[in-house]
Design a protein. Structure first.
Length: 527
């Protein structure tokens, strides 16, 4: 009787243990199903089709690699020619902490040259140029291909001082610039250099809103250091926010104690959507800051204060002036529903020099230009190419409305708007009788101009302002007006003697094979 009772007491314990064991097994199975690929599951299959992985080099050759694209020839033996080999993921074996990365689209190998884009690859860095790519199939088999790419080699280092800047090697380190330490200071104040190309294709798409801009105001929480790209590229920057102050940086800070600089950087294939103050480099840019030798391409979408590079170049302090942009460019499309839209800067109170845009602008509002929507600063030696279309007013090939100075500049952009539409400037305006402003010197335009009223080949409307030694192509613009720029035929526009008193020794040059025969800038040659 006692033995029977003892067994009855043990049975519930055994049953509980068994239930826990079964639950653990089930949870493990469920968790394993939640991941497409793991190293464990891959190691279970050591063959690729009917060949072992060690035989892979015998039918995949030769290998070449450039900018995230693997190129190779797939030449399978007869035994597996009928098999369809579909690549869905890849993995870098030298980075075991990185999960297998899905391809944008599954790729089916063919018996010719295969060009396989490996998105996300440049988000990572290696200590050696030699690495192994594991191509993973839809059947969870794999093939390894040895690669060599010195462009992925980068070693993080540096204290963040001017003498010893911090080297950024991957997407996470770029993202860490935004960190503010409550006790120990801020990464926003440090000096950085980019150690290699970085592809943000996957990193900036981890959420629907994409990349979080670095810097949240003009002061201590804005970017307060320096960033030298060393002519490396950041590609596939993606932002999709209905917010203001959008770009790689949200704010480049105002700091009267030092120069804040962003230089020698390429942004490629940007895709940015915001509300107001939107640019690929920064939404807001301020006095005593410098952006130089920065080149961006892609698409910018938003409302007001949109620029290919900078949303607004202004600091709202006592001086109320902006920073300096030089030797920089934007190539791409800008779609704007509001006002103040420019190929480089939406609203400019600083200096723009030796820079250019090659753009398509589609806008609904006012103050739209190929370089700046509204200019209250200094623009020198710039040009725009492309097309600029707005349903609003103040639309120009270089500036929508100019209230300061434009020197030695030109536009080959086609321009279309409602009122105050010009091949170079929509309205050239002198703000006050005794204030210096509204000046255009030694400049020209040669694009089609379409406007409902106050349209001009060079300037739509000139209000108490100065236009000197500036001309436009009356044939290509389909405009003929005087007193706000002189009309010239296309033949005259391609003849140097037309440009009387222009500096053709250090600023301008002409050649029949360059810039369609029109004058071009020596230090800012056409793309």
């Amino acid at each position: 009787m006692s033995i029977f009772n003892k067994n009855k007491a043990i049975s519930p314990i055994i049953a509980t243990v068994l239930l826990i064991a079964v639950a653990v097994i089930l949870v493990t199975i469920i968790l394993s199903w939640s991941r497409n690929y793991t190293n464990v599951s891959l190691n279970k299959t050591q063959d690729f089709g009917k060949l072992k992985v060690s035989d892979a080099d015998s039918f995949v050759y030769p290998k070449s690699y450039s900018e995230g694209t693997m190129q190779f020839i797939y030449s399978p033996p007869e035994s597996i020619k009928s098999e369809e080999i579909i690549i869905t993921h890849y993995q870098i074996l030298e980075l075991p902490e990185i999960e297998p990365i899905p391809l944008t689209d599954p790729y089916t190998l063919n018996e010719n040259t295969n060009i396989l884009p490996l998105n996300c690859l440049y988000e990572y860095s290696l200590s050696s140029p030699d690495f192994t790519i594991q191509l993973i199939t839809d059947k969870n088999t794999y093939i390894t291909i040895k690669q060599r790419d010195p462009n992925m080699v980068c070693t993080s280092s540096g204290a963040g001082t001017e003498e010893d800047p911090k080297v950024i090697c991957n997407a996470e380190e770029l993202d860490d610039i935004r960190i503010v330490y409550l006790k120990y200071g801020s990464n926003l104040n440090l000096h950085y250099v980019l150690g290699k190309n970085i592809d943000l294709y996957c990193f900036s798409r981890q959420t629907e809103e994409g990349w979080e801009p670095i810097g949240t105001d003009y002061g201590a929480n804005g970017f307060n250091g320096s960033f030298d790209g060393q002519n490396h590229t950041i590609s596939n920057l993606y932002i999709n926010k209905d917010d203001d102050h959008i770009g790689l940086f949200g704010f480049v800070a105002h700091n009267e104690l030092k120069t804040i600089e962003i230089k020698n950087l390429i942004l490629k294939d940007t895709n940015i959507t915001g509300n107001q103050y939107v640019g690929s480099i920064t939404g807001n840019f301020s006095m005593l800051a410098v952006i130089s030798n920065v080149h961006s391409s892609g698409t910018i979408n938003g409302g007001s204060y949109l620029g290919g590079l900078i949303g607004e170049n202004i600091y709202g302090g006592l001086n109320n002036i902006g920073g300096d942009l030089n030797f920089s460019s934007f190539t791409g499309q800008i779609n704007a529903s509001g006002d103040y839209v420019g190929g480089l800067i939406g609203n400019n109170l600083g200096t723009i020099e030796n820079s250019n845009s090659n753009i398509i602008i589609n806008a609904d509002g006012n103050y739209v230009g190929g370089i700046a929507g509204l200019n209250s600063g200094y623009i020198r030696k710039v040009y725009s190419k492309g097309s600029i279309t707005s349903f609003g007013n103040y639309v120009g090939g270089v500036v929508g409305k100019n209230a300061k100075e434009i020197y030695d500049s030109y536009s080959l952009s086609g321009v279309s708007g409602n009122n105050y539409v010009g091949g170079l400037v929509g309205q050239n305006f002198k703000p006050m009788l005794f204030e210096a402003g509204g000046k255009i010197y030694n400049s020209y335009s040669a694009g089609l101009v379409i406007g409902n009223s106050n349209a001009g080949g060079l300037v739509g409307l000139n209000t108490n302002a100065l236009i000197s030694l500036s001309v436009y192509d009356t044939n290509t613009s389909e405009q003929s007006d005087t007193g706000k720029g002189e009309p010239k035929t296309t033949t005259e526009m391609k003849t140097q003697s037309t440009f009387e008193d222009w500096d053709f020794s250090s600023i301008w040059a002409m050649a029949a094979s360059t810039n369609s025969g029109y004058p071009y800038l020596i230090n800012n040659p056409p793309n």
